[in-house]
Design a protein around this ligand. Sequence first.
Ligand SMILES: [Cu+2]
Length: 712
Amino acid sequence: MNRRQFVRTAAGAAALLATQRRAYGYAVSPSVPKFNDPLPMFGADIPILSPNTTRYPGADYYEIVAGAFRQQLSSGLPATGSRLYGYADANAPNFRALGGAIIARKGTPVRIKYSSQLPAQHIIPFDPTIPMGPGIVGAEQNRIAIHLHGGLVPWASDGGPFHWVSPTGAVVGSSNVNWLHNDANALTNDLFYPNDQSSRFMWYHDHAIGTTRTSAYAGLATGYLITDAADDIVDAAYPLAGGKTFILVFQDKVFYNPARDPGFGNVAGPTTLNGAAAGDLWYPYIYEKAIWKMQGNAKAAPIPSAIPEMFGDTMLVNSRVFPTVSVDKGAYRIRTLNACNARFLNLKFVYADASGKEPLGGYLAPTVAPVNAWMIGTEGGLLPNPVQIFNQGRPLNPANLIPWLQAPAERSDMIVDFSQCASNSKVLLYNDAPAPYPVGAPVFDFYPGAAGNPGAAGIQPGTGPNTRTIMQFAVGAAAGLPAALPGLAGANPVLPTVPDPLNGGLKLAANVINGIAVNPVAKEITLNESFDAFGRLEQLVGTNISIGKGQFGRRYMDPATETVQYGSIEIWNVYNLTADVHPMHFHLFNCMVLRRRLFRSFNGTPAWAGLGRGPDPGEDGWKETIKMWPGECTTIAVFVEHPMPAGKYTRDAGGRPQVVVPQAPIGGVSQPPQTSTLPASPRPGINGDEYVYHCHILEHEEHDMMRPLVAR
Ligand SMILES: [Cu+2]
């Protein structure tokens, strides 16, 4: 049985029934011209915060506020702008989409105090019926929790689901502890990031339970870059004009078009949207049976309702709709982030036709542009060696049609060489990943004449909606930098691996690595699909122990089942019993892909279908967001480092980590340092340090594909 056959026979592909839509169906965005607007650049158009370096000597200190604002995201959208959420410097708030980015240096801690100015009512319909834990009510739709995605940080600064605070700080989630503040007005809204990680492109985004998917969609997300000496060498080889950092953040959105959905501005139920205007963000709020599977004779879902996956119809890069950027005929270092809620991106470079806006050769057989591209890093930093992704625009391995498939939350660090492209040509960044991935539903694929999409007739060439033509590179005539690949060997060491002839793929090279014994007991994890009390699809994570009726899936609020030890190496086997690829994201630790292996059936143990295969190209470094394919067991090696290692941070009598915080002088009088001790999580049943792991399809994460991760 191959992957596709499994998908066909599996018990529940998420969205296969899309043959008709209601008036308020999915393609509601107005037509917006493509490639008219310049690509915003981080550091120029998108604010990068400046640290206060004197408040806590030796650390970069930031005060960040989350707020609502309006900004025009396309010259083709109303000048009044779209209503958005974002981050800004709390002392001089200048809210811009994706604003509040941070550049950190390895070895220099970052401290953050954060607060919320969000409105009491969310700008995206709020569904209180998905699990949110005790004591959380709709009036706290403005709560926030800042999670540093990819950060090796003490658990109390992880910004997990229950780390949220309300705007005044008067109400906090049950995981919030006050350990860094020693002043009289102690609040629990501060964070400590040690930054003892190699260079890597991370991001921080909201993670408050019940509003993660909607607050991230509304805009609470931006970049967080750690640099180090190895990174400097790469940057020196690829300087960009003005010293700007070439980052591409991809998002799919829907912009409200009142002609298509008159009801959106006044959604019945717990939330009304207080006058959503044309051009504001639109988000699905009705569980449409015509699109989503529903259990048997289930009663109607509430309105507004959570939905299984949010797919936009209009693509943004760096907060701009279908932008364009001029490049020389040379090589660039480009870091990317898929910040879509649910959409996978299978990226490639294609030539544009004479209009410059549509793919030459059409949508089904676009003409590749002769771009050479190498991946040099992913979520966990630099790879052991550069991996060529495209040769003259074509996959290096002709059988691999998805060499640059980016799931939500995945990042890539790329060297992209336009030198072989025709002078003054237009090159489009093109995506043909089905949505949901990998089966796909035509209703979520937007381009002129899109087969099977009932909204395609309204899509004209040169305009959105469109989810295939993401952005345009306007290639000039001048020669640029050569693609001189950096030597990466030794910059970011990985665990040693060897081929595993018994199982296929790779295995760790030894039972003891760097003095650490590999835990001989692997963790057995399952990814599951089920239905909730309303008959709605829900995704779950479980172990290989049945909880009855052959079901393995557990909910986030169920007791923790995964505990890891600091300073350990473990093997996790994750069996995907669903029909979707799930990008599983692990807080706290990085991991390495060892093997993916098909199984025919799973009843607690797998019946294998042959040997497994090793990691895909570009997966041979550290990762924290890993694609888990349907019908496969993905085996990963997990390295659990302590975010505050004993050699650098002291311990109290009970063995709890401490951070000694230098204090700035007050009125010229030097102040003694303060010692802050990190407590264990107060949440019942955790009995240790509390993290989570979850699918990074945000609608899956919140309903309910997330589990506690306990570290001790
Ligand atoms: Cu998922």
